[in-house]
Ligand binder design. Sequence first.
Ligand SMILES: *[C@@H]1O[C@H](CO)[C@@H](O)[C@H](O)[C@H]1NC(C)=O
Ligand SMILES: *[C@@H]1O[C@H](CO)[C@@H](O)[C@H](O)[C@H]1NC(C)=O
Length: 466
Amino acid sequence: MVRFWITYLQLVELFVNSLVHLLYGFYIFSSAVAGDLSQALNEYFQKPKLNNVEVKDGKLVKGVEEKETNANDLPPIVLVHGIFGFGKGRLGGLSYFGGAEKKDERVLVPDLGSLTSIYDRARELFYYLKGGQVDYGEEHSKVCGHSQFGRIYEQGHYTEWDEDHPIHFVGHSAGAQVVRVLQQMLADKAFKGYENTSENWVLSITALSGAFNGTTRAYLDGMQPEDGRTLKPICLLQLCRIGVIIYDWLDIPWLKNYYNFGFDHYNMSWKKMGLWGLVECLLGNAGPFASGDWILPDLTIQGSLRTNYHLHTFPNTYYFSYATKRTRKIMGITVPSSILKIHPLLFIRVLQMSQWHHPPDVSPPYKGYRDEDWLDNDGALNTISMTHPRLPIEHPSHLVEKDADCQPLQPGIWYYKIVEGDHILFIINRERAGLEFDLIYDSIFQRCRKHAFRKKLPTLPNEIHH
Ligand SMILES: *[C@@H]1O[C@H](CO)[C@@H](O)[C@H](O)[C@H]1NC(C)=O
Ligand SMILES: *[C@@H]1O[C@H](CO)[C@@H](O)[C@H](O)[C@H]1NC(C)=O
């Protein structure tokens, strides 16, 4: 009887969570469509009045002359999205970063696939900037069962990128880890035909709710705590998996143009793998979910350990991170810090994560693991995971409480701030954060432009930049 009730409650929980996520996805999708339609209508009726509108490939391109200032001398600031994210050009006119890209003259917003693995995203990011066809690497592609070569960027977005023309990166959530993996690849000279890459191609990394150490939410959504790689038989992620496989198999061009999970290198379209291929994918014998080459395994604590094992914090790069938190302690118990200020999409998860217990019959993800370290969270990630990389070894860090704590900014140290906010406070909808939205992005861009630069290499440990 008790078992029956537990199963029943689990199914109710799954149903409510699926509904919340589906509704939110639908809301985002329809607001993107509505935004596009109203923009198209506006342009249609105002067309004769605008003189800087150009027609390119049958599409209206607005404001072509506006951005041609001296921005070309500035190193670009590259905003890297997180899970379920999208770059410029997807979901119509919707901006993942809530329009923050308009705050600076030279900002790039790449589209790296919304569910692809951190490794695959890092490879794509390189070719997005340098140009050329994405090369996922021979060995990795073989192991994971996808094509070695992917999308072609006919024109790189920053072809002059090198040690003398380094870049600022700002990553949200998993995007922050993507940038760290890319920096390590540059240091390891992991791109064929680019023998000169080095970690110094990266001037600064800023993490907004960065997923450095994994999250207990991965297990709540359905990853097995035993291995951090496979899925529970019935869970939210199973529904998501089936949805994604069918979406990619149907391969409806306009829809995929609008939103893409990023698995094109897996050839999951009906044209390429037929009905039998679909069955194989659904049964879990093929595709990204079978090989584990997608984002969720990378977001478990075990997955982060595997990734972090190879990643360094480099002495000439500036690091800054904002860890978000929407919980507090009342009489020793961690609870959500607010009801109204937490997005409905995340409320249940904030509550669940604040009560998380690692299953007692499963060995802990690392030696010294304690539930209580992982209770504070923002609905998607644990606060402890977002401050700086800690697993398997802790990297140099410095808590910032007032701005004077980080001036002058030193490279090679993770400065971090704890911010009251849920995981999506600073993305998609800028109105939710209000003034805070402007404060946080203004300070990020200002730090990139004014404080984080190097005169020449190598930098002495105590050299001060202004
Ligand atoms: C995917 O299809 C392309 C050709 O369309 C092919 O070159 C590639 O090998 C295929 N990859 C896989 C993993 O089947
Ligand atoms: C690589 O670096 C060396 C020495 O720094 C330089 O001489 C060479 O031209 C560089 N090669 C490329 C392809 O940039």
